[in-house]
Each structure stands twice: as structure tokens, then as C-alpha cells.
Design a binder for this molecule. Structure first.
Ligand code: GLA
Ligand code: ZN
Length: 682
């Protein structure tokens, strides 16, 4: 049983709480006592403590002040509130930045950053690493056995890159390790082009955006170096408190870091979710976190933690509407529905000054509990207490969408026929969306994960094929899997070197096609994709609009059938969608970018023909997301109305009970605007 509680065996409940910065109120300790009272009222069972407290823990070099933190941890423990204790490296004290220049990052042009803001230390600097080791060791020694400690929050939102001399040298070592010789590197990066051949490692600068292999390797290095820094941070914690899990707060699809590398270093994965609620259509907006929740859960294939979210509004967007009544509960339960074992906030209490004084918080400047936001948070705390049964469990996914950081980097950096609308991430989301709307549990994986759990794998724009990927996709299809690929697939290897002998390179045989050319459609120009009679078996009918990308493909395999053809231009009648039957499975290829309707039609047909498990047999109305979490008798049904009007959802046969109100439901449930219900099948 304990391994059903990945976050911490010490808190076998959904975690509810958030970033807590009591050091900002050190001169008004009565606020600390108010915090304890209010936290209990709000149903808070955990806080993330000390994230930006280095200057208060080590006010001058080598002088440590833990007194305030001792008091806070004791108060929290006495009030039954657990602590997710942070290592404070997300922001460095001024004295440190002034004394040790090397800990400050350099820009690509070599200029050293002044001390300002946060999240801007060098990941390579031995001084910063030593300082981190020292403070982390002291924290672990002092609080390792404290009853409040249940988790380590490592740093904060790792991100960015540094071009200092130390990082450059580390990059060159990383390259020597990868390539062994400059000849191998020159080949991989195709440096004979523009006379870029390197004759000495010291000539390598990570700023030549025209050398795509270099761009990719630099990004890989930045991810590796960040993970290495994190490993370094964790080392004393694991040595002193091996039983305390570590996490770090990720940021969804944050493009700079390959989160699979950071996930390897974490015991539990967590992320910070800040969609622009109410700026656009709420249901469209809700799909963003749905995709990111699925991605974050997939990093470990077990529950994750929603580490930060705002209970009301943020302060860093152009405009930040308030979450409408009910929407905070709705968006929080959405995270739980997708596998989060926590609903946590930035921030517990609004700070009095500086940049985040107007960022949403559970406790506002007014300082008491009689606010709308506090009321909604407290009510949600009550709801979460009734959901112990979901903790630690996830629904097994039978479908996966591939979203791969390295592929993204390669697509973002290549210069090709369509540079205006590459939209890799958007395309991955578009394929995920129909599955989400049907309530299919979907994993979002990178391209090197095991494919054996899945019946359906959708791999949009798989431009780069890392080693072994084509082989794995082929055996997935051979064994009976259904694969969907698209235009701009199978073009380069892991160094961004084009596959010779015809695209889609190593996937040519599996897909049964040769993609001879790629047409790029200018802004506003369209093509059409016309379903053939055979297309009906894959959901295609009539005509669809195409834009941006249109691959001109030839069918090569006798087993390959044409599902749609182009409707106009000189390639009218040529294949625009195909299926190749290989072994026990099928490989479907969509050769053009089209309107969402085609993706919906294909995905819906595949859900039906593969009988993929859906949360409900019927499709929820647009605006409503229904997700199932858990298996068997623990399967909780989350009904979430992301629209401003009442919606009706048709349940499967049987009796359902609302876990909060004990109301019974059969057949049709009416969901008021923004309502969210959690039901159990009786
Ligand atoms: C990030 C940070 C927090 C805070 C919030 C504000 O997620 O981790 O410290 O700045 O943004 O939205
Ligand atoms: Zn550096």
C-alpha cells in the first residue's frame, strides 16, 4: 500500500497548500499565528517553505540564522501541517553575487549579468555548487528528523542557460565525451558547410544558430547540466535524509529543458500551472493544462503534484481576469482528474511589497478569511479530504501522443519551406484534443519511451528520428498497434542530418510511402484534402481544408491504401492520407496540415474501432470534460463544465453517487455553469 502514496507516505491524502513565505513577516510574528489558524480553516495540510529565503537563512557569508525557520517548522508541526522544504538556490543573496562574480550568468555575447531578479545562477560554477551544498547540508542536518518535513522542494523552476567561461568549458568537455574526436563532431554537425570546420575544441562557441547540430547539442547540454546541478543539490539531502522524496517544480512544456532529464532525478514530478483563464474560451483554455497534466504524469507514469496554481489571478499577464466563482474548484479538480496528488498554490499570503504583491493568494492583504477566494479555497480543502481513495493511483493509458523536446528543438531551429507556421507543440496538442474530449486517458511521451502499453500512438511531425525509434515504431505496428504520423516526418537523424535515399527515411517502409517534396502554403492559402471511399474506415468523409504543409507522397507498398487525395493544384489527386497494414497493425499517415476537424474525425474513428476505454460511452458536450481516475471500484468520474451555461452529461448504465453530497445520479446529470462533480459508480 505505501507505494500508492508516491508523494510522501507521511501524508496519505491529497496535498493542499502552497508557497509559504513567513520570512517576509519576520517583524510581525503575530501574522505567523494568524497563518496557522487560517491554514487549518482552509484545509491546508502542506506548505512549500523557504523557496526564496537564502538571504534570511545566511544573511552574511557563513553566518546562519535558522531561528525563525525553527519556530515556523515547530508551529506547522504543532498544527498538523507538513512541510515541503525548499533548497533556496532559486535566488542568490546579494552579498554572494557581489563577492563571487562567477555565480552570475553570462549572456550569449559573454556579458556578465548584473545581480537582479532570480533564477539566474550559473549551473556550472563550483562556487555556487559549494554554496548550495553547504546550505542544503545544513537544512538536511537541522530538519531531517523534524516531524513536519515530508518532502524536498529542489530550487524553483529551473530554467535558462549560461554562456560563461565555465559553462563553455563544460560544454566542450560534454562534446568530447559525446564525439571523442573533432572529425566525428565535424561530420555530425556538417561543418564543411560555410567553412565551419573546427580544428580545436576551444573554437566551439554555442552561438552559431546556423549549425543545427551545434544548436541541438547545446540544448542537450543545458538540460544535462541543469539535471547535473540538481543531482548535486540533492546529494546531501539523499545522504542525510534518504527516505524523504525530492521534487522540483516544472513548467509544462517549457521549451528550454528536456524534462525527461529532470524527471530522472526526481522521486516525484510536479509542475506550476498558470493558464490564462477567462482570457479566451474557457474550454479551449482548459485543454492546455489537460495536455500538460498528461505530459507531467507521463514523466514518471505515476501521480504528479500540482505544485503551483493561482487561487484567483496572476499579475504577470497583459490582463488577468479573476477566476469566476466555481472556476478555482473546477481547474483544481481537473488536475486531480488527470493524476495530480496535490492542489497547491502560489501563494499562501500576498506579499506586502515588490513584484508579486498583486499576485493572487489564499490570504489577501485584508488579512482575514472573509473573502470570496478564501471561501472557495477552504471549500475545496473540504472536497479534497473526501478524495483519499484516488491518492497514488492513475488510470492506465492505452493511447499516447508523442511530444519530444529534442524534436521540438530541431524543428524550431531548422530553416525549411515553412518557417512561419511550424507549430510543433500546437500540432501535438491538436491531436491530443479529440482524445481528451472523449475522456480517453492519454500519455504524452517523448519518442524513446516504451510503446508496449499502447494500442494507439500518435506521433505528429516526427521530423527527427532518434536512434532506435523507427525500429520501435515498426515493432509496435507489427504487434498490432495503430500508429498515426503526419507531414514533416522522418527527415533527420539525432544530429539534424537529413536521411538520404528518400523521406520519411527509416519510416519509409513502415508507412509504405515516399515523400518526394513538401509544398509550403503561404499565409491564408489553402489546399483541400478529399476523402476517398476507403477513407471512411478511418473517419474521413468529404472535403477538409489544408494549410501550411502539404507533402507530395507516392504510395510504394502494395499494402498501402489511399484514404484521401489533394483537391487542387498540380498535385491534385495525389495521396494526402494513407494507411499501410503491417503485421497485425496499421500505420496511418496524414500528409498535410489540415483543419482540426480532420484530426477529430480520424481520432474519433480510431477510438471507436480500437474500443479505447473512454470515461463515458457517450461523448460529453463541447464545454464539458469528463475524466476517469483510478481503476475498478476506485474509478472516480470527474465531470467538469468549462462553460458558462448548464450542460447535460449522459452517464453509462448504473447508479452513481456524488462523493460530496451523496446525491444519486442515473442516466443524465445536469451540470450548472462552471460546476464540477466527482462521482463513484455504486
Ligand atoms: C512561478 C514561480 C513562483 C511565482 C509564480 C507567480 O511559478 O515559481 O515563485 O513567481 O510563478 O505566478
Ligand atoms: Zn555558467
Amino acid at each position: 500500500m505505501p507505494d500508492r502514496f508516491p508523494a510522501s507516505t507521511r501524508v496519505p491524502h491529497l496535498l493542499h497548500g502552497g508557497d509559504y513565505n513567513p520570512e517576509q513577516w519576520i517583524d510581525s510574528p503575530e501574522v505567523w499565528d494568524q497563518d496557522m489558524r487560517l491554514m487549518k480553516l482552509a484545509g491546508v495540510n502542506i506548505v512549500s517553505l523557504g523557496i526564496f529565503s537564502w538571504a534570511m537563512l545566511e544573511p552574511e557569508e557563513g553566518r546562519f540564522e535558522f531561528g525563525w525557520m525553527d519556530t515556523i517548522l515547530d508551529k506547522l508541526a504543532a498544527n498538523g501541517i507538513a512541510v515541503n522544504l525548499a533548497t533556496p538556490t532559486g535566488a542568490k543573496p546579494n552579498w554572494m553575487a557581489a563577492k563571487y562574480e562567477e555565480i552570475r550568468r553570462c549572456e550569449p555575447n559573454g556579458r556578465r549579468d548584473p545581480q537582479q531578479a532570480r533564477h539566474n545562477h550559473c549551473y556550472t560554477s563550483p562556487v555556487y555548487r559549494a554554496k548550495a551544498t553547504l546550505i542544503n547540508t545544513k537544512l538536511a542536518e537541522r530538519y531531517g528528523k523534524h516531524p513536519a518535513l515530508v518532502m524536498w522542494h529542489i530550487s524553483n523552476e529551473y530554467g535558462g542557460e549560461c554562456h560563461c567561461p565555465l559553462c563553455k568549458a563544460a560544454f566542450r568537455r560534454w562534446l568530447q565525451n559525446r564525439y571523442a574526436s573533432l572529425d566525428a563532431l565535424n561530420h555530425a554537425w556538417w561543418t564543411t558547410f560555410w567553412s565551419h570546420r573546427y580544428t580545436d575544441w576551444s573554437q566551439i562557441e554555442a552561438i552559431d544558430s546556423g549549425v543545427h547540430g551545434l544548436v541541438l547539442d547545446w540544448k542537450r547540454f543545458v538540460s544535462d547540466q541543469t539535471a547535473d546541478f540538481m543531482r548535486h543539490e540533492i546529494e546531501p539531502l539523499k545522504r542525510i535524509t534518504p527516505e524523504v522524496p525530492v521534487t522540483t517544480n516544472l513548467m509544462g512544456t517549457y521549451p528550454v529543458l528536456n524534462y525527461w532529464k529532470l524527471a530522472e532525478v526526481c522521486d516525484v514530478v510536479s509542475w506550476d500551472s498558470y493558464p490564462e483563464w477567462h482570457v479566451g474560451d474557457l474550454f479551449d483554455m482548459a485543454h492546455g493544462p489537460a495536455f500538460a497534466h498528461d505530459l507531467t504524469r507521463s514523466l514518471k507514469h505515476k501521480p504528479f503534484l500540482l505544485m503551483e496554481s493561482t487561487p484567483s489571478q496572476v499579475n504577470w499577464n497583459k490582463v488577468s481576469p479573476l477566476k469566476r466563482p466555481g472556476v478555482h474548484r473546477l481547474t483544481s479538480l481537473q488536475a486531480v482528474a488527470h493524476g495530480s496528488d496535490a492542489v497547491m498554490y502560489f501563494q499562501w499570503r500576498k506579499s506586502r511589497g515588490s513584484y508579486e504583491k498583486f499576485h493572487g493568494a489564499v490570504v489577501d492583504h485584508v488579512g482575514h478569511e472573509n473573502t470570496r477566494v478564501f471561501g472557495e479555497v477552504a471549500a475545496l480543502g473540504g472536497t479534497l479530504k473526501k478524495l483519499d481513495a484516488v491518492v497514488g493511483g492513475v488510470t492506465d493509458a492505452k493511447a499516447a501522443v508523442i511530444y519530444d523536446w529534442e524534436n521540438r528543438w530541431a524543428i524550431d531551429s531548422e530553416a525549411g519551406p515553412q518557417n512561419q507556421h511550424k507549430a510543433y507543440e500546437h500540432t501535438c496538442r491538436q491531436w491530443h484534443r479529440p482524445l481528451w474530449q472523449r475522456g480517453v486517458t492519454v500519455d504524452v511521451n517523448d519518442m524513446v519511451q516504451d510503446l508496449s502499453p499502447y494500442q494507439l500512438v500518435i506521433a505528429p511531425m516526427l521530423y527527427m528520428l532518434r536512434p532506435g525509434v523507427a525500429e520501435r515504431l515498426e515493432s509496435f505496428v507489427q504487434r498490432g498497434g495503430t500508429l498515426v504520423t503526419t507531414y514533416f516526418t522522418g527527415m533527420v537523424d539525432q544530429s539534424d542530418l537529413c536521411f538520404l535515399g528518400g523521406f520519411p527515411g527509416p519510416l519509409r517502409k513502415l508507412l509504405g510511402i515516399w515523400a518526394e517534396e513538401t509544398d509550403a502554403l503561404p499565409e491564408g492559402a489553402t489546399q483541400s484534402v478529399e476523402a476517398t471511399a476507403k477513407g471512411a474506415a478511418f473517419g474521413l468523409s468529404g472535403s477538409y481544408q489544408a494549410m501550411h504543409f502539404a507533402d507530395l507522397v507516392h504510395v510504394e507498398a502494395a499494402t498501402c491504401e489511399v484514404l484521401a487525395t489533394y483537391g487542387s493544384d498540380f498535385y491534385q489527386g495525389r495521396p494526402a492520407a494513407t494507411v499501410n497494414r503491417v503485421g497485425k497493425g496499421r500505420a496511418i499517415h496524414i500528409a498535410a496540415r489540415t483543419e482540426q476537424r480532420l484530426l477529430d474525425d480520424v481520432a474519433n474513428k480510431l477510438i471507436d474501432s480500437l474500443a479505447l476505454p473512454t470515461a463515458l460511452k457517450t461523448t460529453p458536450p463541447t464545454g464539458v470534460s469528463v475524466q476517469r481516475r483510478g481503476e475498478g471500484k476506485d474509478a472516480h468520474l470527474f465531470l467538469m463544465n468549462f462553460s458558462e451555461r448548464e450542460q447535460k452529461v449522459t452517464l453509462d448504465a448504473g447508479n452513481y453517487v456524488d462523493i460530496e453530497t451523496s446525491a444519486k445520479h442515473t442516466k443524465i446529470v445536469a451540470l450548472p455553469a462552471y460546476a464540477s462533480f466527482v462521482l463513484l459508480h455504486e
